[in-house]
Design a protein around this ligand. Structure first.
Ligand SMILES: N[C@@H](CCC(=O)N[C@@H](CS)C(=O)NCC(=O)O)C(=O)O
Length: 224
């Protein structure tokens, strides 16, 4: 069996790995839509954490966590340095931004954006998480990571940008929150997504879900 990348088509966590595959021209990994399958015994046997993306190697081993998958794809491709530098110090800064994405920035996103998946979320939590983005995380992004470059510590997009930018789309589920996102962050979001036109269809799927969302909390005001 060849390697397979299990994805959820509208999920930003999957988009970054899909974009990496396409950008590097990797064609020997099959893309599998795992929608509705992540809690089934066969999937759980492969990935007990039931998450997509999951990269299943052909030899019974699988890895998950989007940033780990992107790093593997880059390291195993001859042109991988296009998205992940070979220089150890430069790579360590990209790793640092990826870890920040997973531990600081992204944990604010579900309470804001997962309403589009029909989850019942508290308005108060959504407002609190958005305030954290505004007061702290967007400053780290624009004043530290993007201080001297158009992309995170880089003049060209890397896996760190793929980890961060696609999930900013979730904020559009709350239109008044999106209105309050700083212009530099919005411009960064557009700049990164435009660089990966081959994944536009997936980016647009999430964008449509978020911009068309009109259920509970869609017009929630952000905190001052
Ligand atoms: N930290 C993980 C998060 C992955 C994740 O939460 N995936 C969600 C979709 S956004 C998922 O697969 N959920 C299905 C499930 O838990 O059954 C990563 O970066 O890959």
């Amino acid at each position: 069996m060849g390697a397979k990348l299990h994805i959820l088509p509208p999920s930003a966590n999957s988009h970054c790995c899909l974009a990496t595959l396409r950008e590097l021209g990797i064609e020997n990994i099959e893309i599998v839509n795992a929608y509705g399958k992540t809690r089934e015994p066969e999937f759980l046997e492969m990935n007990p954490c039931h998450t997509c993306p999951t990269l299943e190697f052909g030899d019974g081993v699988a890895i998950w966590e989007s940033c780990a998958i992107m790093r593997y794809l880059c390291r195993s491709s001859s042109n991988g340095d296009k998205l992940y530098p070979k220089d150890l110090q430069a790579a360590a800064r990209i790793d640092m931004a990826c870890d920040w994405r997973q531990t600081s920035y992204y944990p604010c996103i579900p309470d804001i954006g997962y309403v589009v998946f029909g989850m019942e979320l508290s308005d108060e939590d959504a407002q609190k998480q958005f305030k954290k983005l505004i007061d702290e995380h967007f400053k780290t992004l624009t004043e530290v990571f993007l201080k001297d470059s158009k992309f995170v510590y880089s003049d060209t997009p890397t896996i760190a940008d793929l980890a961060i930018a696609p999930s900013l789309t979730f904020i559009k589920a709350r239109s008044k929150f999106w209105d309050a996102v700083p212009k530099e962050v919005k411009d960064y979001h557009t700049r990164v997504l435009q660089n990966f036109a081959h994944t536009k269809e997936n980016f647009d799927m999430l964008d449509t879900m978020c911009t068309e969302y009109s259920g509970p909390g869609a017009d929630l005001e952000p905190l001052e």
